[in-house]
Design a protein around this ligand. Sequence first.
Ligand code: GTP
Ligand code: MG
Length: 132
Amino acid sequence: TESTLILIKPDGVRRGLIGEVVRRIERKGLTIDKMELRTLERETAEEHYGEHRERPFFGELVDFITGGPLVALVVTGESAIAAMRQLAGATNPLESAPGSIRGEFATEIGENIIHGSDSPESAEREIKIFFP
Ligand code: GTP
Ligand code: MG
C-alpha cells in the first residue's frame, strides 16, 4: 500500500468538479486520508512544481495553480500512485483516454483539473509540502 498527493486544481474547483473527482477516487477503492481546501502561496506552488522551474510555461503554471482555491488530498491504497495517474489520464487532455478525468473534463494542457504524484519519491516530497 502507498500514498499519493492529489490536487483538484483551481479549474476543477471553479467548475464544480470536486464531487466528481472524489467520487471516482472512492469508486476506484482508494482511501482519502486527508483533504483540505486551500489557496496556495506562490512560494508553495514554486516548491511543488520545482522540477519545471526552467520551463517556459513555469510562470503561467504558478499563476494558474495559485489563482483560486484548490483541494489537496492524500489518497492511499494498493498502487495508489499508478491508479490515480490512470484515473487522471495523460497530461495533455487531447491525448488522455476518453473516460479519464482529463479526457472527459478538459481540453487544455494548462488547465487539466487534477494533479497526481508521479513516483513514490515525488509522493513523499509532495505530501510533506502540503501536509507537513
Ligand atoms: P501534474 O500532475 O500537474 O504534475 O501533471 P503531469 O505530471 O501529468 O505533467 P507534468 O508534471 O509534466 O507537468 C505539470 C503541469 O504543467 C501539467 O499538469 C500541466 O498543467 C502543465 N504543463 C505541462 N506542459 C505544459 C505546457 O506545455 N504548457 C502549459 N501551459 N502547461 C503545461
Ligand atoms: Mg507531474
